[in-house]
Design a protein around this ligand. Structure first.
Ligand code: 8YV
Length: 327
C-alpha cells in the first residue's frame, strides 16, 4: 500500500524522522534551508501533512496552492505562523505543541531575569575583555530578585510556571495581568494577584512578557508603556518578537529610562535591531527558551504524534481548530 506523503519543513531529530518514515512517505529538508513561500508551496504540493517548526507561514495562498493538505503540525506552542481561520476554512487541521515545554521555558524566563537583574553577561564581557583590574564596591551593582515585585504579562501555563518560581523560590510579590483573570485556586497556587496593565507597568521591579503574539498584542510594550515603568525596572521578553517595540526599547535602555532588559525573541528575528546590539544593559539570546534536548525532543514527538494520530485514526492530540474534525 502506498504511504501518505508528508513534508518535514526543517531539520529535526533523526529519531523523529525515522519514526515518521515508518508510517509516511517523508520529504525532509536535510540542509535546513529557509525556504521562500514559493519553495515551501512547491514542496508541500501533493502532501497530506506537514511538520513545521513555527517559522513557516501557512496562509490562504499556501492552502489554495496545496489542496491535498489535511494537517500542519507545529513543533512549538506559539502558532502565529498559522492563519488558523484560513486553515479552518480550507478544512486543514492545525496543531501546536503545548505543555511539554512549560517548565523548561519557565526555567529560562527565570534564568534571563536573573542574568539581566544581576548583569551577568555584561560583567562577563568586561572580564573577558581584560578590563577587570581591581574590585570596587559598586562594580556591576544590579537589582535584587528575591523579595522584589515580579510582574507577569500573559498568565498562561508558562506565566504560571514563572510565578510559582518567583513566589515559592524567591519570596517575590507576584502580580499579573492577562486577558482573563485566573480561577482563585490557580491564583493561590501561584500566589499571584491580578492587576490592571497600568498597575503592572508601574509596580513591577521585574516585568516578564509571556503572552501570545497577535494583532492585539503587537507592540503591547512600546515607548508609552516603558514610560510608565520604574527607572530601576527590568523587562524580560520570552514571548514573541513584535510584542515589544524593539526600537523604542533600545532608546529607553540607552537613556536609562529602565535599568535593563533580557530578550530571547526579536522583531524580524533572526535579525536583531542594530540599536539593541550597541546598548550594554541588555541580555540577548537567540530564541532558546525551550532549548533543552529532552524538551525539544518532546516537542518534536508531540508534533509527530499529532500527524500520526490524525492521519491514521483521525485523532490528533492538540488540535487548534477541532471543528475541522467534525466535518
Ligand atoms: C520554539 C517557541 O522553539 O514553542 C514556541 O512557541 O517559541 C519555541 O519553543 C520556536 O517556536 C521554534 O520552534
Amino acid at each position: 500500500m502506498n504511504k501518505s506523503k508528508i513534508l518535514i519543513a526543517r531539520a529535526v531529530f533523526p529519531e523523529v524522522i525515522a519514526r515518521l518514515s515508518q508510517t509516511f512517505d517523508v520529504e525532509t529538508n536535510p540542509t535546513d534551508e529557509i525556504w521562500t513561500k514559493a519553495q515551501l508551496i512547491e514542496r508541500l504540493r501533493g502532501k497530506v501533512g506537514a511538520f513545521t517548526t513555527g517559522g513557516e507561514r501557512i496562509d490562504a495562498e499556501v492552502l489554495a496552492a496545496c489542496p491535498d493538505l489535511k494537517i500542519v503540525a507545529n513543533m512549538s506552542v506559539g502558532y502565529n505562523n498559522f492563519d488558523v481561520p484560513a486553515m479552518t476554512a480550507a478544512g486543514v487541521l492545525a496543531t501546536n505543541a503545548p505543555d511539554v515545554l512549560t517548565e523548561t521555558t519557565a526555567d529560562f524566563g527565570f534564568a534571563l531575569l536573573m542574568a539581566t537583574a544581576r548583569r551577568v553577561t555584561e560583567s562577563e564581557h568586561y572580564l573577558r575583555a581584560g578590563q577587570w583590574t581591581k574590585w570596587s564596591y559598586d562594580m556591576f551593582a544590579g537589582s535584587d530578585v528575591h523579595g522584589a515585585t515580579l510582574g507577569i504579562l500573559g498568565m498562561g501555563r508558562i506565566g504560571q510556571g514563572i510565578a510559582r518560581r518567583g513566589a515559592h523560590g524567591f519570596g517575590m510579590n507576584v502580580i499579573y495581568h492577562n486577558r482573563s483573570r485566573l480561577a482563585p485556586a490557580l491564583e493561590a497556587a501561584c500566589k499571584a494577584r491580578y492587576v490592571s496593565k497600568d498597575e503592572l507597568l508601574q509596580s513591577a521591579d521585574h516585568l516578564v512578557l509571556v503572552l501570545p503574539y497577535s494583532a492585539e498584542s503587537h507592540h503591547a510594550i512600546g515607548a508609552a508603556e516603558i514610560a510608565k515603568m520604574k527607572p530601576t525596572a527590568t523587562l524580560i521578553n520570552i514571548a514573541r518578537g513584535g510584542i515589544v517595540d524593539d526600537a523604542a526599547l533600545a532608546a529607553a535602555l540607552r537613556d536609562k529610562r529602565i535599568a535593563a532588559a533580557g530578550l530571547d525573541v526579536f522583531e524580524g528575528e533572526p535579525k536583531v535591531h542594530p540599536d539593541l546590539l550597541t546598548v550594554p544593559n541588555v541580555v540577548l539570546t537567540p530564541h532558546i527558551a525551550s532549548a533543552t534536548r529532552p524538551t525539544r525532543m518532546a516537542m518534536a514527538n508531540l508534533a509527530a504524534d499529532n500527524l500520526v494520530g490524525f492521519l491514521t485514526q483521525g485523532k490528533p492530540l492538540t488540535a487548534l481548530n477541532p471543528e475541522v474534525l467534525k466535518r
